[in-house]
Design a binder for this molecule. Structure first.
Ligand SMILES: Nc1ncnc2c1ncn2[C@@H]1O[C@H](COP(=O)(O)OP(=O)(O)OP(=O)(O)O)[C@@H](O)[C@H]1O
Ligand SMILES: [Mg+2]
Length: 147
């Protein structure tokens, strides 16, 4: 587990960029944190690592799933509006998840127990107006040392 203190949105985006460079096809990233914690800000950095223009990246709260045609493809999923299993089934998430794509999921707790355990887990906690404590699990320590 790695714990980092971010002092600005730019720092959070940069942490996302570093994470993005370590992700490979088929990985699922679950991002926990309150409203406005910085989940989407971090996803922008992941997207940048995949050469996706960051201005395209917004919370897909209404569309639920946004797919970017990067290599590998990126699925940005936001389950904020999802309540319960039948709601989840209707999102198409099971068809979308793929061994060829990286999936980043905001509000994974709204899927109940339906998502597989493990994968990469990122938690973002408010510390103050501009400070966030970010913990990242599920990425091999040696990857961090090789940065
Ligand atoms: N250190 C920081 N890291 C990230 N965001 C920060 C930081 N400090 C302040 N902010 C602000 O917090 C907000 C984070 O918004 P963002 O959309 O990334 O959150 P979110 O977790 O995706 O929220 P939601 O659950 O509504 O989708 C932005 O307004 C950003 O400017
Ligand atoms: Mg968001």
């Amino acid at each position: 587990m790695v714990t980092l203190l971010s002092r600005s949105p730019d720092e959070t985006e940069h942490i996302g960029f570093l994470v993005g460079r370590m992700l490979t096809a088929g990985m699922i990233v679950k991002m926990y944190g309150d409203l406005g914690a910085g989940k989407t800000t971090l996803v922008k950095g992941i997207a940048r690592a995949l050469s996706i223009p960051v201005e395209y990246v917004v919370s897909p709260s209404y569309t639920i799933i946004t797919e970017y045609d990067s290599t590998p493809r990126l699925l940005h999923i936001d389950l904020y509006r999802i309540e319960g299993r039948s709601d989840l089934e209707s999102t198409g998430i099971w068809d979308a998840l793929s061994n060829d794509a990286i999936a980043v999921i905001e509000w994974p707790e709204h899927a109940g127990n339906e998502l597989a355990e493990g994968g990469v887990v990122i938690r973002i906690e408010h510390r103050s107006e501009n400070e966030r404590l970010i913990t990242i699990e599920g990425i091999d320590e040696e990857h961090w040392h090789n940065l």
